[in-house]
Design a protein around this ligand. Sequence first.
Ligand SMILES: Cc1cc2nc3c(=O)[nH]c(=O)nc-3n(C[C@H](O)[C@H](O)[C@H](O)COP(=O)(O)O)c2cc1C
Length: 167
Amino acid sequence: MQKQVEYSDAVRTKYPEQVVIAIAKDKDGRANPVTLGWTMIASGKPLMMAIAVASKHYSVECINHSRCFTVAFPSSGMADAALFFGSRSGRDVDKFAEFDCKTEPAKEIDSVLLTDAVANFECTLEAQLPAGDHIIFVGRIVCSHVNTAGAKRLYTVGSGHKLGACS
Ligand SMILES: Cc1cc2nc3c(=O)[nH]c(=O)nc-3n(C[C@H](O)[C@H](O)[C@H](O)COP(=O)(O)O)c2cc1C
């Protein structure tokens, strides 16, 4: 049986929600990481992923400038990085300079990978769709990487950006 409630009451049942960190370079060549929960695998052939980024975020400028982005699946030990990258704007701070997070160059695009992430996907910008206050960027996956140490993935496990691993 279903009971009609407010959207805010129904949507708080969504956890755990996956977390990704998307990275795109700005016009000065500075890589800007942003934490995102609204993301999905969007196509199997060709391989594509989609991310929803608020129109006001600096990342929108970065993705539109570089026309490519990395999608990293952070590991459970990366909660502090995800919170930092998800609470500061690249307009005000160089996030990788301010927060110590290991990176390495991407292979096929002009971006970076997160060394300690569970996996990294290099994407070229395929399409973008305005969706209310967000823009959905669709990226074509051109190269994929996995962490050989077998780390666990980070999720949002509760409201208020409560981050942790899932069993
Ligand atoms: C766990 C978590 C999930 C988030 N999910 C999203 C999201 O899906 N879309 C979005 O636009 N912002 C999301 N944010 C907020 C952005 O990461 C945050 O506003 C960031 O500072 C924007 O950075 P930028 O201005 O450098 O692009 C999330 C933040 C956190 C901590």
